[in-house]
Design a protein around this ligand. Sequence first.
Ligand SMILES: [Zn+2]
Length: 448
Amino acid sequence: MLNSSHPQQPASNQLGISGKSTNGPKESTSYKRFRAGLPISDVAAGRTEKFGLLRTAQSLIHDHNKAASEQHRTCWCHRGTANPGAGVSVYRQTSGDSARLQGVTTCKSVWACPVCSARICAARQAELSAGMQAWVGQGGYTWLMTLTFPHERGVPLAQLLGQFSKAKDRFKNSRTYKKILPKGGVRRGSVTSLEVTLGENGWHPHQHDLVFATPDAFGLVRELDGGRMASSVIDELKAAWYMALRKAGLCEQSQMNDVLAHGLDVRGGQYAAEYIAKFGKEQKWGLSREVTMHAAKTGGKKAGEYAGAHPFQLLAWAAEGDDQAGREFREYVHAFEGKRMLSWSPGLKKELTGLDELTDEQAEQNTMPDEERVGRIDSEALSVLQSRRLLGNFIGYVATWCTDIEVAQQEIDDYIEWARLQPRVSRGEVKRKMHVRGFAYADEELPA
Ligand SMILES: [Zn+2]
């Protein structure tokens, strides 16, 4: 991965701003180290992979039959400055793990954009964590209830989501659910999280409910394997969920035993805490090939062993030339457009944390406590980074090397000067690299 995240190093005489230059500024130490071939850190490389995936997403989502203004907003993410004429600030995490740009156009799509999604999920994760701590501090208990259904390949995702939504409404409005988990009774409220993976049996939408309730909300429970809880109350909920799925057309009577065994499960506080701790955490999509759909598709994995691929994994495969993964990513983006990822019961967030509801837009704008502004670039420099496909590498460079605020701006300028001398990456090269046939390429109508 390091090679791909580290572009060819320039020879010093190509740079035109070497230490020998009489007029130009002196090269910064970090920049010299970078140029000498020291790569960006592994952590930063992992964190910047999402910029490459964003570029892939933009190519896949772009619809060449539509005008520029009608394109999905993710097509424009990080492609220009948010306020014309204004610059772009460069922020760096003091840990050196990552960096980011502020003042660029962002799409704020939690589903389609690997870059915006990471920022939004980080803000959401902090809220969840605060909510759980507050509730536990009041003597409450957080349960993790998961709702799913038997899935088979070939059913369009949009259709499944519609049916799944109907089943959830029916279940939550059922007499059984209201009797067992009444709001304001044993249950203070819930946070629901909608997710999807793609596995050997096709799309697998599921929902996790963090149930803020009393320690005895699910009756007298005993723990089964994998932390799943059993009780007579949970059995009643399972039966109600089966009925809701039947009515929504998501299972047959012949699947009753399967649904009762796997359709709904409840786990205890430790699992809820782990779920919250990991919520939205970035993964190295390109590196997780062992659990990939490729293996599942080719029968390399036995049933049950396969965990399912996250949609951003599809982007990594599409970038490597997997046409089907590209089509599946597009289907996913269209099916999830306008859906909410996380929903708190009305008033619950404010009651527990004192925090107001944040829109995804506001969450994306949040400044993290551990980051500092280390410099700025202008819109022309941004297009230099874009046209050389160096945005992710630049972010990694800032994260790894711009440790000294006194000289960080100089180091940023040095990098941009070097980037300017790198060849533009042509559409043809990207196309050849991606081997994706039949997709329109965003670059044709988007600014370089
Ligand atoms: Zn975005």
